[in-house]
Design a protein around this ligand. Structure first.
Ligand code: ADP
Ligand code: ADP
Length: 235
């Protein structure tokens, strides 16, 4: 069973008088354990698709399934619950809270999981900061960390809620090539060891190369879907 799936999804935005077709009849099924890249020019619909997968945006048409559940008819509260327990987000500008330390940033989404005691939260935060190699920086605020370190805090934060899927919108866009590659290698290691599904958008050909599946988007459509070893299939 797919961990996330969109079926015949279209998304239209109204910009004044103008209708923007951000997604046109997109169908995509992502198997658990995938390391999937979404490539395509700026404006091709990559962020919109990630936002719909992450239930932070609704499609104009079509169906969305997360972890086997049809999320179409859910209320905002129910969607928040699905997100909190299933999905983690990573952004190109890191989106960390500037006044909180690295460990407080990782702890923050855990507050939504009411069943966790303070001690359990502390243990999880320590575990994931260690996983991303930032134990020594637990008390540092984002502005005391390098770009690569900030993105590693964001990865720890995305994983700490035991997310099954991590959605990453251009996670390496604001990093130099070498640091970006390190971030992707960290994500890839977690994908292999823990089986966490990663779906990330990118412009960087080196980053695309690391994916096990590659989706090419253009003008709101999926143009090709490539599976490593299996070659290219047109859609
Ligand atoms: P990408 O991530 O590939 O750059 P996006 O998904 O951000 O593409 O955008 C797809 C299209 O939808 C673009 O034409 C963009 O201008 C438009 N779009 C995205 N978000 C909005 C919005 N909130 N309001 C209006 N138009 C939007
Ligand atoms: P990364 O490759 O993880 O991005 P860098 O090579 O950019 O890390 O950073 C090297 C070291 O410099 C790091 O150990 C980090 O702690 C330190 N550093 C970077 N920026 C700052 C800062 N603003 N304040 C304190 N230390 C910093």
């Amino acid at each position: 069973m797919a961990i996330v799936k969109v079926e015949n999804v279209s998304k239209r935005y109204l910009l004044g008088e103008q209708v923007v077709e951000a997604l046109r009849d997109v169908t995509l099924e992502v198997e658990p354990g995938s390391f999937l890249a979404i490539a395509g020019p700026s404006g091709s619909g990559k962020s919109t698709l990630l936002n719909i997968f992450g239930c932070i945006d609704n499609p104009s048409e079509g169906k969305v399934f997360v972890d086997g559940q049809d999320v179409s008819g859910k209320t905002p509260d129910e969607l928040a619950e699905v997100r909190a327990r299933t999905i983690g987000f990573i952004f190109q500008n890191f989106n960390l809270l500037p006044v909180l330390s690295a460990q407080e940033n990782v702890d923050y989404p855990l507050l939504q999981l009411r069943e966790l005691s303070k001690a359990q939260r502390r243990e999880r935060v320590a575990y994931y900061l260690d996983m991303v190699g930032l134990t020594r920086y637990a008390g540092h605020r984002p502005n005391q960390l390098s770009g690569g370190q900030r993105q590693r805090v964001a990865i720890a934060r995305a994983l700490a809620t035991h997310s099954k899927v991590v959605l990453a919108d251009e996670p390496t866009a604001n990093l130099d090539r070498e640091t970006g590659r390190g971030i992707l290698e960290l994500m890839q290691g977690i994908n292999r060891d823990a089986g966490t599904t990663f779906i990330f958008s990118t412009h960087d050909a080196h980053v695309m190369d690391m994916a096990d599946r590659l989706v090419h988007m253009e003008d709101g459509r999926i143009i090709t879907l490539e599976t490593k070893l299996a070659g290219v299939e047109s859609v």
